[in-house]
Design a protein around this ligand. Structure first.
Ligand SMILES: Nc1ncnc2c1ncn2[C@@H]1O[C@H](COP(=O)(O)OP(=O)(O)OP(=O)(O)O)[C@@H](O)[C@H]1O
Ligand SMILES: [Mg+2]
Length: 341
């Protein structure tokens, strides 16, 4: 068996002088991998992995022809691999309402630093969800991202999630100085906070999607509680131009959102994505306050918050879409110390 194990292993030397891996008992969960499928030797496994089939579920849902084409295998072999994967993959399936309730009970809430925003969200930003924050340039999306990153480090009693933050920065707008400022604003040591915020610059949409896989890989050894993608759509918008590319862009965005939701569910974490609005309102597109990505992004987000600038330097956050909360608005300020009422 070559099953991957979720471990926090430490290497020690036993009496015979052999190196042994000590594996924490509670982490000894094994998940079958492609190598565990009957009839799959190392060469086939490598072909499958090269074609991106690392998970059995991904194989289980293929047709023999599609898998044969993608992984350069024979169709008969592919059919056998698929039927084996179907037997071993964790397909998920149905769970009782009570188990669902139990999962919901594990939902944690992250404070924004503004009680008005927290109240709007029924107590804060929920884990196991994707929250989309959209609005014009300068409306405060990146500020919200920075503030949540800082607050995530707080202990649970203080409205934090006491976990690691992963920040995918697509526009080069992450600023450690701003994090330090906000950390001091709530009495945290900036160095401690910055140590727990892991930032990656995404150079294009494909890279952005790969980084999500990387987070899931790293999550095996750390407690990931917040994933920020700022901005979700800028690369997709720049790369897939025009109507001819729209279908492909939407399909990719949809897949990206699905992967992000998986991260949120598996890690009981919050995913925050920022999104711009259509910049050039015209007769065709109508509403200039419409976020990019349309229904694909909208439906995949659990919460949608529209940000706009308001009077006397204040800002309005409007809850636009939520499964169980009324729509409403909250007024807040972006100050040197961070978000405040
Ligand atoms: N240190 C600070 N003190 C006070 N206000 C600040 C500070 N830093 C930023 N801001 C406010 O935040 C605004 C920028 O907001 P932000 O960068 O979050 O916008 P955005 O919605 O992410 O825009 P874009 O669409 O361009 O990414 C500034 O115009 C300013 O009003
Ligand atoms: Mg921004």
């Amino acid at each position: 068996m070559t099953s991957r194990k979720k471990t926090t292993s430490t290497e020690t030397i036993d009496e015979e002088g052999e190196e042994v891996l000590m594996i924490d008992a509670e982490d000894e969960k094994t998940e079958p991998t492609v190598e565990d499928l009957p009839g799959v030797g190392p060469a086939t496994a490598e072909k499958l992995r090269e074609a991106g089939f690392n998970e059995l579920l991904a194989i289980a849902v293929m047709t023999p022809k599609a898998l044969a084409d993608a992984a350069e295998l024979g169709e008969a072999v592919s059919a056998k691999i698929i039927s084996a994967a179907k037997k071993q993959a964790n397909i998920g399936g149905f769970i009782s309402g009570n188990s669902l309730l139990e999962r919901r009970r594990q939902v944690q809430k992250l404070t924004s630093g503004s009680t008005a925003i927290d109240d709007l969200l029924g107590g804060g930003f929920e884990t196991q969800s994707i929250c989309e924050v959209y609005g014009e340039f300068g409306s405060g999306k990146t500020q919200v991202g920075h503030q949540l990153a800082v607050n995530c480090i707080l202990p649970l009693e203080q409205g934090g999630l006491d976990g690691e933050v992963f920040y995918i920065d697509t526009e080069d707008t992450f600023r450690p100085e701003r994090i330090s400022q906000m950390a001091r604003g709530i009495g945290l040591d900036p160095e401690v906070v910055l140590e727990r915020i892991h930032v990656a610059r995404a150079y294009n949409s494909a890279h952005q999607m790969l980084l999500v896989d990387e987070i899931q890989r790293m999550a095996k050894n750390m407690d990931v509680k917040l994933i920020i993608v700022d901005s979700l759509t800028s690369h997709f918008r720049a790369e897939f131009l025009g109507r001819g590319m729209l279908a492909e862009r939407q399909q990719k965005l949809g897949r990206h959102m699905k992967e992000l939701k998986k991260l949120a569910d598996i890690n009981n974490a919050l995913v925050l994505v920022s999104n711009q609005v259509m910049s050039k309102p015209d007769a065709m597109w109508g509403d200039p306050t419409k976020p990019i990505g349309g229904h694909i992004v909208g439906h995949a987000s659990t919460f949608r918050i529209y940000l706009k600038k308001s009077k006397a330097g204040s800002r309005i956050a409007r809850l636009v879409d939520s499964p169980n909360l009324p729509e409403g608005e909250a007024k807040f300020f972006v100050t040197a110390d961070g978000l405040r009422d």
